[in-house]
Design a protein around this ligand. Structure first.
Ligand code: PLP
Length: 396
């Protein structure tokens, strides 16, 4: 059949991270013992107490539409948690819109804030979907490369150099996918001050915030620190997927100034309406059962830390160049130039899968073609064996 894609999607690229996982699954189905280090989701089940709450909600009839923006108790607890971080009570449930995963919250935010002709700065490497979501909003993503000596994080100077009169915003993500780098409070504040002086929006994707190995990773809300005018340029995006091992439940949210939240709600009312009712109840349980959740998150983070430490020790011993991860569950490894490959990371990832049965994500997905992303959201034995094979493939 002949199909001419609509201009809306003509330039759209398939998600490279999902494509790698699909290829690894296909090879496994064909009988190959592939070690999949491409995954972007915790390899733990959703904690039992959350699953039990969902079963109870189902039996109690949580099967109908809810408000587009989500059930009131869930939005209230999201606002309450945000206020704990701010130290004031300026976030209300009216600022919160619950969506079908934080991916939809990011899409909604970009769609209502940016449009044709707008440029949005994307600290790079960055999660593959930012570039595509911005393009779908018909804005121009401007990749701003971070420096190796700063763990590939960007500084206000980097952003200033990339800015033009058409710049309207910045996409932040800390802890960062794919590097695991974490922005300090001072770094966040400096970027927020720049945004304030230029009149830019800052969308802060904090989906990995609770998976952090040193001290707590700061939220952009900490940087706002009660200054109402600063909050007026900030949209926080978060969700239950990573910290609560709830990727399949599809619950995320945005916290935005109330007028922006209303625009997001109007947009969502014509796309998906409310996020799954049952999943909202599960998320409510996750956020409100504080002690149980904190224990579950601490256990998961402890296991991620064990794997990170073991894998990083192997890489260090082999003198491999990688970013020391301080959050999330990824190792970002630099691949030396091989021949004249324009995308050394992609060439390396292909060889690795074909000859050593290890799946990783090429850095091209994050606009950094000379790197690969290795997920340690996999059992310890797989992580160690996978990293050993990567080291061998690097010729170390
Ligand atoms: C940086 C980042 N933001 C957002 C998401 C999407 O999360 P969700 O499952 O809540 O849509 C991901 C998932 O991989 C991610 O890595």
């Amino acid at each position: 059949m002949h199909y001419t894609p609509s201009p809306n999607v003509a330039e759209l690229e398939e998600s490279a991270t999902i494509a790698v996982s699909a290829r690894a699954k296909a090879l496994r189905a064909a009988g190959r013992a592939v070690i999949d280090l491409g995954a972007g989701e915790p390899d733990f089940p959703t904690p039992t107490f959350i699953r039990e709450a969902a079963k109870r909600a189902l039996d109690a009839g949580a099967t109908r539409y809810t408000l587009v923006e989500g059930i009131q108790p869930l939005r209230e607890i999201i606002a309450a948690r945000a206020n704990e971080r701010l130290g004031v009570t300026s976030v209300t449930s009216g600022d919160v819109v619950v969506s079908t995963g934080s991916k939809q919250s990011l899409f909604n935010s970009c769609f209502v804030l940016f449009g044709p002709g707008d440029e949005v700065l994307v600290p790079t490497p960055a999660w593959t979907s930012y570039y595509q979501i911005l393009a779908l909003a018909r804005a121009r993503p401007i990749a701003v490369r971070g420096h190796r000596e700063n763990s590939l994080k960007v500084t206000p100077d980097d952003l200033t150099r990339a800015a033009t009169p058409r710049t309207r915003g910045v996409m932040l993500n800390s802890p960062t996918n794919p590097t695991g780098a974490v922005y300090s409070l001072d770094e966040l504040r400096a970027i927020l001050d720049l945004a304030e002086s230029r009149g830019w929006w800052v969308i802060s994707d904090e989906i990995y915030r609770e998976i952090s190995y040193e001290s707590e990773a700061p939220s952009l809300l900490h940087a706002v620190a009660g200054e109402a005018s600063l909050r007026d340029r900030v949209v926080i995006v978060d969700g239950v997927a990573k910290a609560y091992a709830m990727t399949g439940w599809r619950i995320g949210w945005s916290i935005a100034p109330a007028v922006v939240a209303r625009a997001i709600c109007a947009l969502q009312s014509h796309t998906t309406s409310n996020a799954s009712t049952l999943s909202q109840h599960a998320a409510l349980c996750a956020l409100s059962s504080r002690e149980q959740s904190e224990t579950a998150i601490a256990e998961m983070v402890a296991e991620f830390r064990r794997r990170r430490d073991a894998a990083a020790a192997l890489l260090r011993a082999a003198c491999v160049d990688f970013i020391e991860p301080r959050g999330a569950f990824y190792l970002f490894i630099r691949v030396p130039q091989r021949g004249d490959a324009a995308e050394p990371g992609a060439a390396f990832a292909r060889e690795l899968l074909d000859t050593r049965d290890v799946a990783v994500v090429p850095g091209t997905a994050f606009r950094t073609p000379e790197w690969i992303r290795v997920s340690y959201a996999a059992p310890m034995d797989d992580v160690l064996e996978g990293v050993r094979r990567i080291v061998a493939q690097l010729g170390r």
